[in-house]
Each structure stands twice: as structure tokens, then as C-alpha cells.
Design a protein around this ligand. Structure first.
Ligand SMILES: [Fe+2]
Length: 191
């Protein structure tokens, strides 16, 4: 069974860095709602879920990807905060961390076990991609519109659309984890 303590354990380092306890709780609620709607009931199954079906995930899991993107976005924020004498925009770190943890939460509805030991796109995923289903989960748990912007606009759905700064940073951190795999999988990564 997947309950709040499971989610807290999976993302302990990142959740602990969120200062506002109500934001932290809502992130956990959104994950639980996603697990419930996507019929994820065992931690092992959840840990085995690949982060994408679009390219060979090279055994990088959905949970590992979520942590890497969140930490990457934090790194991008901190790099600018420490290098600039004057920040041209304000970064909300709670929003950034929560947004990183939630950016792909809709994949809990988009990807499911195929019954043959692998994973496939679900009916829900065919009806709405994860940025849409994830934005719905984010709004449902009561997180503000700016958080919804992060989830809704972190991928191609957000191209050319207005974005909060946290969406931009999470989008770039997401690309930085995805692109190396697409380069590698098509033979263009020089190793
Ligand atoms: Fe992602």
C-alpha cells in the first residue's frame, strides 16, 4: 500500500527542503491522489516504473528522474542566486522544489504496467498527457495557479506560453536529464 509515509521516504531530501508545511503536505496529497487514480498500490511497482516511454529510459526510474529534475532545478536557481549581484527576478524555492516533485506526477495516470512485466501508455494517458493530468491533480489538492503553471507548462504544452520562473528552470532541468538519453539512444552521444 502506498501511503503518505511512503511518499515521504521516496522524496525525503526534497520534501524536507520545503519550508511551508502546507505546501509539503499538498505535494504528498497530489502524489497519493495520482497513485490512487493510476492504481499504483505497491512501492516496488512504483520504483520500477520507467520515467518515460518515449525513449529507452536506460533503467532510470520515474522516482530517480523526479529527484534529479528537482535537484537540477535547485542547482540552476542557486547558481544564479550566488553568481548575480542583483537578481532580475525572484525565485520561490518552495514553489521550485514542489514543482520539481510534481512536474511529472501526471505520469502516474499516463503510464501503467502492461501485465507482461513492462509498462505501457494507459487509456488516461491517451486522453490527456501528463502535464494536463498532473495540472489537474495539482489544482485539486489546492495548490495555487503558479504551481499549476509549472506542471501544465513544463513540457511542449508550455512552448511559447507565459511561465513563472520556476517553470522555466524545471523545464531546463527536465531537458538536461532527457536529452542525454535521446542522444545516447540514437548514437549521437560521443563517449
Ligand atoms: Fe520530467
Amino acid at each position: 500500500m502506498i501511503d503518505a509515509s511512503v511518499i515521504r521516504t521516496l522524496f525525503k531530501g526534497q520534501l524536507d527542503a520545503i519550508k511551508d508545511a502546507s505546501v509539503r503536505d499538498k505535494v504528498i496529497q497530489a502524489w497519493l491522489l495520482g497513485c490512487d487514480r493510476g492504481n499504483w498500490s505497491s512501492v516496488e511497482e512504483l520504483r520500477g516504473m520507467p520515467f518515460t516511454l518515449l525513449t529507452n529510459s536506460q533503467e532510470i526510474s520515474f522516482i530517480e528522474h523526479t529527484i534529479a529534475v528537482t535537484e537540477g532545478a535547485i542547482g540552476l536557481a542557486n547558481a544564479q542566486l550566488s553568481a548575480y549581484s542583483k537578481m532580475p527576478f525572484e525565485i520561490d524555492m518552495d514553489r521550485l522544489i514542489a514543482g520539481g516533485l510534481l512536474h511529472d506526477v501526471g505520469k502516474l495516470l499516463e503510464i501503467g504496467p502492461d501485465g507482461k512485466g513492462s509498462y505501457k501508455k494507459t487509456h488516461s494517458g491517451r486522453c490527456a498527457r501528463h502535464p494536463i493530468s498532473g495540472a489537474i491533480l495539482t489544482a485539486e489538492v489546492g495548490l495555487p495557479d503558479e504551481y499549476v503553471n509549472i506542471v501544465a507548462c513544463h513540457a511542449k504544452e508550455g512552448e511559447g506560453k507565459p511561465q513563472v520562473i520556476e517553470t522555466i528552470l524545471i523545464h531546463q532541468a527536465d531537458l538536461a536529464t532527457f536529452d542525454p538519453l535521446t542522444f545516447k539512444n540514437r548514437g549521437d552521444l560521443i563517449e
